[in-house]
Design a protein around this ligand. Structure first.
Ligand code: SAH
Length: 271
């Protein structure tokens, strides 16, 4: 018997978590795939509707360890070589802090055909549903998406906080709850106004979404007071201050329940 022709791997972003924000293409592929490899970040509403016999949770931590990326890569190739149609489902957009680039390289290196299915990234959507535009004609002409997962004091930090402070750009930090004290301090030391508005959006578009606002100076206390936990994005810049003016009529806010749900709290690495 000859080996089956290779199946295709679809690198699919789920959007920020509200199933209504899945793309039409993502929905179609989730219905037709032989198997869906996912982690926790797509959120409970999307994951719970995947048929149990066609899904594999590769975000699970056995004994505190997450599935290594190498094992996920190998599993994708293995399933494709069985001729299967495989969806690799990531939270937000797979190519924004989602390791989708690494998966694409691995698949290409192993001769597996793949398709990238772009999606709504939490970096834009979580601020948006909180009423915060990441750019605004009066307040910000550029926006930077950065990881907060690194130690800003380490010499080889890949994020240049000094440079970011100087640009006047909106800064959206992903994976940045734990190190909030470090990078807000780095930005203040770089000369950014301590009164700069800052917003934290936890589980944007999920049930239990929380939004908390403050300034570069106060936001660490605000985080602690509201018990903001991952997954959350931090928005730093004048745009974060525009929220107040629209809040009264922002209907998205009706979804805020503010009841922290422990089961859906996450660690901060890229899944
Ligand atoms: N690929 C994802 C990002 C993965 S990195 C995307 O495009 O959205 C993981 C980080 O994403 C989390 O630590 C958090 O900062 C952010 N994140 C993902 N989903 C989120 C959501 N629904 N609300 C707030 N932040 C979210």
């Amino acid at each position: 018997m000859s080996a089956p022709e290779s199946g295709t791997v679809y690198l699919v972003g789920s959007g920020p978590g509200d199933p209504d924000l899945l793309t039409v293409k993502a929905t179609r592929l989730l219905e037709s795939a032989d198997v869906v490899l996912h982690d926790k970040l797509p959120g409970p509403e999307i994951i719970d509707q995947l048929p149990e016999d066609r899904r594999e949770d590769v975000g699970k931590r056995a004994g505190g360890e997450r599935t290594p990326q190498s094992a996920i890569n190998e599993r994708l190739v293995e399933l494709a070589r069985e001729g299967k149609s495989v969806v690799r489902l990531k939270g937000g957009d797979s190519f924004v802090f989602g390791r989708g680039g690494e998966e694409a390289e691995y698949l290409a290196d192993h001769g597996v055909p793949f398709e990238v299915v772009p999606a709504v990234t939490s970096a834009i959507a979580a601020p948006a549903v909180a009423g915060i535009p990441v750019t605004h004609r009066d307040h910000a002409s550029s926006v930077s998406f950065v990881t907060g997962h690194e130690d800003p004091t380490k010499d080889e930090s890949a994020v240049d906080w000094d440079a970011l402070a100087a640009t006047g750009s909106t800064i959206v930090v992903l994976m940045g709850v734990g190190r909030l004290p470090d990078y807000t301090q780095a930005l203040r030391e770089a000369g950014m106004n301590p009164e700069t508005p800052v917003a934290l959006i936890e589980r944007g578009t999920w049930p239990g979404q929380q939004v908390a606002t403050g300034t570069l100076e106060s936001i660490v206390d605000v985080r602690d007071e509201h018990d903001i936990s991952p997954p959350a994005v931090t928005v730093i810049g004048e745009v974060a201050g525009t929220r107040e003016g629209v809040l009264e009529f922002l209907v998205n806010e009706a979804n805020d329940t503010n009841d922290a749900n422990e089961a859906t709290k996450q660690t901060e690495e890229e899944d």
